[in-house]
Each structure stands twice: as C-alpha cells, then as structure tokens.
Design a protein around this ligand. Structure first.
Ligand code: NAP
Length: 302
C-alpha cells in the first residue's frame, strides 16, 4: 500500500517542509493542512505549503489516509483530540515529535482504536514557523519510526516508503530506546547550549559586547543551537524527563572528571578525551551528516 491523501496538522518548519517535500517527490499525492493559528494558515496558503489549507482540524483530515501531527510535543494531545471527529477508520496517524514515549501515550489516549505509528525525522534547523520550511529538509537525514508492537506491518512499510520518498533513511526502534538515544544526541546538547549562552550573558566581569565580539572562539556555534524555538524545547524537556535526567547524570559525572583533570593538571587524560571526540567528528562527516569544510565552510565566500 501507499498513501494518496496526506493531512498535515501544524504548518511550521516540519509541517511546511513535509508539504513542500511531498509536492516535490510524490506526484499525485494530495495534501491538506491545518494550523491552530490563523496567521500561520494565511502564510501557508501564500507559500503553497500544502494543496489545501483548511480552517478546521477535523475537516483537514476527513479523507486522509495518512495524518501527520507536526505540533510541539506538548500540543500533541490537543491536536489529536481536535482531529478525532474527522478521522477515517483506516487512516494512519503519525507525528514528528522529538520525544516518543510521551507522544505515543498522548495519541493512544486521545485516539483509541486508531492506527498509530509515531515517527521522528532527525532533521531540523533553529528556525521555526511557516516561512522556515523547505522541500529538501529531509534529504540524507534519518527518520526514526517507533511503531507499537501490534502496528500493522503493511502500514509501517508504507510509512517507511513515504519517508524514503522524501529523501530520508528510515530506522525502526522502540520508543523508550529512541528517547534515550535522542537525549544524548540532541536534548542534552541543546541544554548545554542554552545553559552556556545564558551563563555568558549573565557574567559581570566579562561584558556582553565582549562575548559577542569574540564569539568566533567557539561560543557562536553554541548560539545557533541556543536560538532554537523555546516552546518546542520547553516541551521536549517536560516530555522526555526521565531519559534526559539519566543522560544528564552521566554528563555531570564526566564533566566532574574533566574538572578534576584540569585541577590536577592531568594532560594525558585531556589529550586522550579530546582525541576520542575528534574521531567522532570525523565519522559524522564521513557518514554525510555534516559539512566537511573547516569551520562549516564559513570562509568559502572570502
Ligand atoms: P513550529 O515551526 O513552531 O511549528 C509548529 C506549528 O504548530 C506552529 O505554527 C504552531 O502554532 C502550530 N500548533 C501548535 N499547536 C497546535 C494545535 N493544537 N493544532 C494545530 N497547530 C498547532 O515547530 P516545528 O519546528 O515544526 O516543530 C514541530 C514538531 O516537530 C515538534 O514536535 C518538534 O519536537 C518536532 N521536530 C522539530 C525539529 C526542529 O529542528 N525544529 C526537528 C525534528 C522534529 P503556534 O506557533 O501559533 O502555536
């Protein structure tokens, strides 16, 4: 099977990108979309993010065989409740939320009996809203599906095919494991960035203008992540609490070890650690997950 009518709820970065990517890669597949914010709906119409922008959530999903919820994780329950009256019995309901256990629970509670196949495209930028989306967002990026054990195999296969058509490589794992993996690869790095940027801006003996002036020393790479959408990230930490706390404890232990190494002048430990991390960066570049050019290619225009 494959999907022919896709409804997208939430027309920001992720929802808009899915709409544009479907138009580019899946000829003949119709898209409808809804966003709770009338201004976003208007902008989505202007940009043509989906074929039809619908004012009512239930109407938007009425004939859809695939519904994708692209709202902040904390809004998944209310978005699911709003589509319930219009949902076809055989439709697949999926989402793009950054944490999966809590979303799976929220969707199951709001849509009893529906076919739920949660998903997380590991693709994004620090931008949000209806102007942020673009058709190639999912190219060469992973998309993780976390189907419940009883999810129909043909529907899981169809969703896999859908994401592959948008340019992603698909992996299937259970929701709990997803949340742990993403806690360390995404959620903790965001927390560190939010914290270090906050720390630097609150210093008394180093002025904020100095922090900005000398940011090329490393700070500015944290500011890109720390510019990410506050609503989205508040919801991620509220919803992936257990996995984030577990990984944070590990991180704090390791940070304490580095603190001890610096205090004790243990250069060997630092050298070993920094060599290991350099090798991880090389593997990320080798696997096409980032730009190989030094300093992310920032000086290519000079
Ligand atoms: P976004 O650009 O802010 O878009 C979300 C849109 O959903 C907003 O227009 C929002 O409107 C709307 N919305 C909120 N509640 C709604 C509801 N109940 N019904 C309909 N629309 C609603 O956010 P995004 O970056 O696309 O993120 C969407 C989801 O993707 C989140 O769950 C996030 O965890 C996940 N994700 C994000 C990234 C990333 O890098 N950004 C990557 C992978 C996955 P208002 O702004 O007016 O509330």
């Amino acid at each position: 099977m494959s999907f022919s009518r896709v409804a997208i709820i939430g027309l920001g970065l992720l929802g808009g990108s899915i709409g544009l990517a479907v138009r580019e890669h899946l000829a003949g597949v119709e898209t409808t979309g809804h966003d709770v914010d009338p201004k976003v709906r208007e902008r989505a119409r202007q940009r043509g993010l989906v074929d039809t922008v619908v004012d009512d959530a239930a109407d938007a999903v009425r004939d859809a065989d695939l519904v994708i919820l692209c709202v902040p994780v904390g809004a998944m329950a209310s978005a699911a409740e709003a589509i319930a009256p219009g949902l076809s019995a055989d439709a697949v309901v999926s989402d793009v939320g950054s944490s999966k256990l809590s979303v799976a629970r929220a969707l199951a509670a709001a849509l009893p009996g529906a076919t739920l196949i949660p998903a997380h495209p590991v693709a994004g930028t620090e931008e949000s809203g209806p102007d942020a989306g673009f058709a190639t967002l999912f190219h060469h990026r992973w998309c993780i599906l976390t189907p419940p054990e009883d999810a129909p195999r043909d529907k899981v296969a169809a969703l896999k095919k859908f994401w592959q058509a948008l340019g992603s490589t698909v992996e299937v794992m259970d929701a709990e494991h997803h949340d742990l993996v993403l806690a360390v690869t995404s959620h903790i790095p965001h927390l560190i960035a939010y914290t270090i940027v906050g720390t630097a801006s609150d210093l008394e003996d180093v002025t904020r203008s100095e922090v900005i002036k000398y940011s090329a020393g490393g700070f500015r790479d944290f500011t890109r992540i720390a510019a990410s959408d506050p609503v989205m990230w508040r919801d991620v930490f509220l919803n992936n609490r257990e996995a984030v706390l577990e990984m944070m404890d590990r991180f704090l232990t390791d940070l304490g070890m580095m603190r001890e190494a610096i205090r004790a002048g243990d250069g060997e430990l630092m050298f070993d650690q920094f060599s290991k991390t350099r090798a991880i960066r090389r593997r990320i570049v080798e696997q096409g997950q980032d730009d190989a050019r030094p300093d992310f290619g920032r000086h290519d225009h000079e």
